[in-house]
Design a protein. Structure first.
Length: 454
């Protein structure tokens, strides 16, 4: 009986307390509508008085920031660094010819790019020169950013890319094209040089370019049926540990599958399109696209006409071969090979009105196909600007990127994901996991002792 009374009393007190609370909140609501000249300690208006400490402010829940995320557009492969280094071209001003400079990037809505550290083995025949050339390209790109801090920002993370976009700066990222750039088949030296390139800001390495190298076989090398070498596997593991993206463009199909067996993080094809639409070994088969999609990686479509339309490639090569006497004078007329390629393209179109080159819509077909097979997170842009001599009809250079955006929007595809967010996801997935792994390694002496093994 006593206990029942007690419970009733407790309930009554609780009820009164609840009523008080409701009463107070109503009162506060009323007071908060009072003019700001009459703040009181109990009212929300009083919260804005200078008496409140920073600590108290930080402890309170803040309303969610409504600032919209900037639209990020990242091209994962441009070959502009060569002209920057060799010709001293300053990309922050308008450049003659080629595909890329900052004014044209802004016009096309590109907020950043991976500047390719590509050492041409056809131009630099002595392998001893490859490593110094890779370093020179890397240092030159860094120097360009240092010289123009108001326009360019060196970025290695998604956060930095977003900050650059918010500040109206172009995000400059770097990626190494082809393991041959390491200039060695010595395991220790290769690892040491890879780490150096990473430290300097390179965030991906394409395992091969168009030639085989000590790490793996290329899609256009001497043995495209072969895959990764033992040293190549060691390099992939090191890249996993560093948090450096494994770039699977250019590799042979077997190298791709070997990489996917040991890749611990999302991979990237920095400039490759879809083989189902255009049968070229530089493009990815549907099985590969599916595998990359499942791995959380992405395939950045290459814009090159002769990759995105294999039947056009045949027609285009035939006309140049049959009318070579007309094409030959163009070889000497243009110093810049991108401009020479554009001139040849114009001539080919004049000579054969039925050439029917691919258009921006063809390129959009590749992107749509990658999404259809690999999922919405699988597609991105890897133009190969300044690295290819022809672009699809409707696109002369980076300033026309808006044409592609409109084409993708008209198909109701997620342009935010395709233009930037998918790449940021792949980039950040390396770092977060790598940081967690390095924490684990710090407490594992065995892992440390293995770090420099062959
Ligand atoms: Zn390439």
């Amino acid at each position: 009986m006593f206990s029942k009374t007690c419970k009733t009393l407790v309930s009554l007190v609780l009820c009164m307390l609840l009523f008080r609370c409701g009463d107070d909140s109503n009162a506060s609501a009323e007071v908060s509508q009072a003019p700001p000249e009459t703040p009181s300690e109990e009212t929300p208006a009083a919260e804005e008085t200078p008496h409140r400490t920073e600590a108290a402010r930080a402890a309170e829940p803040q309303p969610a920031e409504e600032e919209p995320l900037p639209f990020i557009a990242i091209d994962t492969h441009i070959d502009t660094p060569q002209r920057m280094l060799d010709d001293g071209d300053d990309i922050t001003g308008p450049l003659e010819g080629g595909h890329v400079d900052v004014p044209r990037m802004r016009e096309g809505g590109l907020t950043g790019a991976f500047f390719s550290v590509y050492v041409s083995p056809t131009r630099f025949r002595d392998p001893e020169t490859w490593w110094p050339r890779a370093l020179a390209l890397t240092e030159h790109i860094r120097g360009a950013v240092e010289a123009h801090p108001e326009t360019l920002a060196l970025c290695t993370t998604g956060e930095e890319i977003r900050a650059a976009a918010r500040d109206g700066k172009i995000a400059v990222l770097m990626g190494v094209e082809g393991g041959h750039a390491l200039g060695t088949d010595d395991p220790r030296l290769a690892i040491q040089r890879l780490r150096r390139l990473y430290e300097l800001g390179n965030r991906y390495m394409t395992i091969t370019w168009s030639i085989d190298n000590p790490f793996g076989h290329s899609s256009s090398g001497d043995a495209p049926e072969e895959g990764l070498t033992r040293l190549g596997r060691r390099i992939i593991r090191e890249m996993n540990d560093l948090g450096m993206i494994v770039d699977i463009s250019h590799v042979s199909d077997q190298t791709f599958w070997d990489i996917m067996e040991i890749a611990e993080r999302p991979v990237l094809a920095s400039h490759s399109s879809a083989r189902a639409l255009s049968n070229h070994p530089r493009n990815m088969t549907d099985a590969m696209i599916r595998r990359v999609g499942a791995n959380g990686g992405a395939i950045c479509a290459n814009f090159y006409t002769q990759y995105i339309d294999a039947s056009y490639r045949g027609r285009r090569r035939r006309i140049e071969f049959q009318r070579r006497a007309l094409f030959r004078p163009l070889e000497d007329q243009y110093e810049n090979w991108v401009d020479r390629g554009a001139a040849k393209f114009r001539l080919a179109l004049e000579l054969d009105p039925d050439l029917n080159p691919p258009s921006v819509a063809t390129l959009a077909d590749h992107i749509a196909h990658i999404i259809e097979v690999g999922g919405p997170g699988a597609a991105c842009l890897g133009s190969d600007f300044d690295g290819v001599p022809e672009l699809p009809i409707g696109m002369e250079d980076v300033s026309d990127l808006g044409v592609l955006r409109e084409e993708l929007e008209s198909r109701e595809l997620n342009v935010r994901a395709i233009f930037g967010e998918n790449v940021l996801r792949v980039l950040d997935a390396q770092r977060i996991d790598a940081e967690a792994d390095s924490d684990a390694e710090r407490i594992s002496p065995q892992a440390d002792s293995d770090a420099d093994g062959p």
